[in-house]
Design a protein around this ligand. Structure first.
Ligand code: SAM
Ligand code: SF4
Length: 355
């Protein structure tokens, strides 16, 4: 018997699950997780920062906001060839999803957006899922991304509606929800979750899970980020998030949204293999991995491909293939090699992956 999907969890129910004795919570989440067709599979994603820094927003955790002196090297929209080269190498390492992030407040109907559409088309043609995170989108932009073959759109809610204004003042929670609705009008899947460590209470985390689990359908992917404390941002001296709180968040998300991918995102690099094993046991089944270990400017420093392969092997986990059970949006069979002749900037760009 599989757990029925619910979109009517009450805050009290969510809090009661979240507060269960830790091992009871993990056991319950693991049981729900094992109802998935392939509970031993983990989706490995690669993040490419296609446009870095100089963002007008004031998200108080972000290295890319122009409001803070974070020492990040700003980088204009990357050349398509450089993106294709990184995507090609990622695919060769077993990555099934490439996420392209831009430090934009919102997408604009301009040449840059057209270039992103081309990148989406060509990376999708290589036979990997493509996710974009470009800030706010209107309906027609979401539609154009769908037509280019986009598989997923990431747009995090970060925290509860009430705590949001203490973290970001240049846009509202409603703005965020509007973009998610615009994406939902297309066949592009949703990737949306939060960050732990923004000074939120446990009730704020419960509120975020309440909002996510009331979405019908549930977001296909739910990132659980742990704040990466970036020097120069207002959050640089925030207290650490105890590991057990991350584990509780992952396990509760798994129980509330049994079929969603729960993504262990920013902050994973700080967890030991055994802590990560606990997260996988509690239902995490997606991670970011990278080609280079040292991503010093990154908000999401990820362990490298080899390290991650060794970890998954040790834990008896497998890398999930792309488009599992879904039709490829552009009808491609993943046969195209992809990549570019011009390798000039590819390695340079690799080092500034920021999400
Ligand atoms: N500008 C777009 C936006 O805000 O949606 C896309 C890029 S943004 C950098 C992607 C996500 O990364 C943010 O929504 C946030 O949840 C996460 N993020 C950014 N900086 C972070 C940090 N220092 N620690 C943890 N997560 C972070
Ligand atoms: Fe800009 Fe996104 Fe960073 Fe906010 S999180 S400052 S919108 S890049």
């Amino acid at each position: 018997m599989t757990t029925a999907l619910r979109h009517d969890w009450t805050r009290e129910e969510i809090r009661a699950i979240h507060d269960l004795p830790l091992l009871d919570l993990v056991f319950r989440a693991a049981a729900v997780h094992r109802e998935q067709p392939d509970p031993s599979e983990v989706q490995v994603c690669k993040l490419i920062s296609i446009k870095t820094g100089a963002c007008p927003e004031d998200c108080s955790y972000c290295s890319q906001s122009s409001r803070y002196q974070t020492g990040i090297d700003r980088q204009d929209l990357m050349d398509k060839c450089a993106v294709l080269d990184i995507a090609k190498r990622a695919k060769e390492s077993g990555v099934s999803r490439v996420c392209m992030g831009a430090a934009w407040r919102s997408a604009k109907d301009n040449e840059q957006f057209d270039k992103v559409l081309e990148m989406v088309r060509e990376v999708t043609d290589m036979g990997v899922e493509v996710c974009c995170t470009l800030g706010m989108l209107n309906e027609s932009q979401a539609k154009r991304l769908e037509e280019a073959g986009l598989y997923a759109y990431n747009h995090n809610l970060d925290t509860s509606a009430s705590h949001y204004k203490s973290v970001i003042t240049t846009r509202t929670y409603e703005d965020r929800l509007n973009t998610l609705e615009n994406v939902r009008k297309t066949s592009v899947t949703l990737c949306t979750g939060g960050i732990l460590g923004l000074g939120e209470t446990i009730d704020d985390r419960v509120d975020l899970l309440h909002t996510l689990s009331h979405m019908a359908p549930h977001p296909e992917s739910v990132p659980v980020n742990i704040l990466s404390k970036v020097p120069g941002t207002p959050m640089e001296n925030s207290p650490d998030v105890p590991f057990t709180e991350t584990l509780r968040m992952i396990a509760t998300a798994r129980i509330l949204m049994p079929r969603s991918m729960v993504r262990l995102s920013a902050g994973r690099a700080k967890l030991s293999t055994m802590e990560q094993a606990f997260c996988f046991m509690a239902g995490a089944n997606s991670i970011f991995s990278s080609e280079t270990k040292s991503m010093l400017t990154s908000a999401v420093p990820s362990p490298d491909y080899d390290q991650d392969k060794a970890m998954l092997e040790l834990l008896g986990l497998a890398m999930r293939p792309p488009f599992k059970g879904d039709k490829h949006p552009l009808g491609c069979k993943g046969a195209k090699e992809g990549g570019c002749e011009d390798h000039e900037h590819a390695h340079e760009a690799e080092a500034v992956g920021v999400k």
